[in-house]
Design a protein around this ligand. Structure first.
Ligand SMILES: Nc1ncnc2c1ncn2[C@@H]1O[C@H](COP(=O)(O)OP(=O)(O)OP(=O)(O)O)[C@@H](O)[C@H]1O
Length: 257
């Protein structure tokens, strides 16, 4: 891969559900160490697009390349080993586990061999677990969450929980992390802290794709923004230009500016 090669390239992705084209010929790229936000009104196709990029849904047309390799239709559990991780709106933290344990969960590789060695508690497994714990502590320090490592995740404020989800996403050492509405339910202060953390992650060389409704977060963290409406890309530009784009304003507000 050359420095010009995008880390992620989405070409003409299309997915229909009956008469609805949820994602309609969508293309974009993500360069190494950059942030691309995907925004759009409710029902625009954002979640379907994320599912298409991560093998949870098969496309009717188009393809996805990651680090120069075609990953279209790949089984989702194979992605972490390639360096692609994802957070889920529907899979928040395990409230009854500590923050450290939650982050460690993101680093496990669930294979048949692993299942057996874990069950037998072999020495290699214990070594690996200690390494995962150290990695979790490093990530928590990096995200300024070290003081919470032994707290139960369910007892943390919403903003800190969302940062722990980012740490869990990073635990497997991805080069690309896809975040599904990381700012949902956060107040302005918490959103600002999340934005700073995401910029720090990116400065460390990790690329991000962020699906988000919170425009404040999108404007602060993104290098590029893709705007979807009814499955189609209606804008693809830097945040300042997207914010001023008449088609984007119309899609969001339902009025011509
Ligand atoms: N499994 C499915 N079966 C039928 N229709 C679906 C399915 N998944 C999504 N759709 C439809 O595809 C379109 C895009 O949905 P999608 O959830 O991807 O949008 P979204 O931008 O993520 O919306 P939101 O912001 O509300 O989460 C919608 O019209 C939705 O009803």
């Amino acid at each position: 891969m050359t420095t010009e090669t995008p880390l992620l390239a989405v070409h003409g992705l299309t997915r229909r559900f009956g008469g609805v084209t949820a994602v309609d010929d969508v293309s974009f790229t993500v360069a190494p160490g950059t942030v691309r936000a995907i925004i759009g009104p409710n029902g625009a196709g954002k979640t379907t697009l994320l599912d298409l990029m991560t093998g949870f849904t098969a496309p009717d047309a188009g393809r996805v390349e990651f680090a120069g390799r075609d990953i279209t239709g790949i089984r989702p559990h194979r992605l972490p080993a390639l360096g692609l991780a994802r957070t889920f709106q529907s899979a928040r933290l395990v409230g009854t586990l500590t923050v450290r344990e939650n982050v460690m969960l993101g680093g496990y590789r669930f294979t048949r061999a692993r299942f057996l060695s874990d069950g037998l508690r072999l020495p290699g497994t214990r070594r690996e677990e200690r390494a995962l714990g150290r990695r979790a502590d490093e990530l928590l320090e990096f995200l300024e969450l070290g003081a919470f490592a032994d707290s139960l995740a369910g007892e943390l404020p919403a903003g800190a929980q969302r940062l722990v989800e980012v740490a869990r996403g990073l635990a497997g050492g991805p080069t690309l992390l896809l975040l599904d509405e990381p700012a949902a339910g956060l107040d302005d202060t918490e959103t600002g802290e999340l934005a700073a953390a995401l910029r720090a992650v990116c400065a460390g060389g990790i690329s991000l794709v962020v699906i988000e409704h919170n425009i404040e977060l999108v404007m602060t963290v993104s290098d590029h923004v893709t705007v979807l409406d009814a499955g189609r890309v209606i804008a693809d530009d830097v945040p300042q230009r997207v914010q001023a784009d008449p088609a984007v304003i119309e899609a969001y507000l339902g009025v011509k500016p």
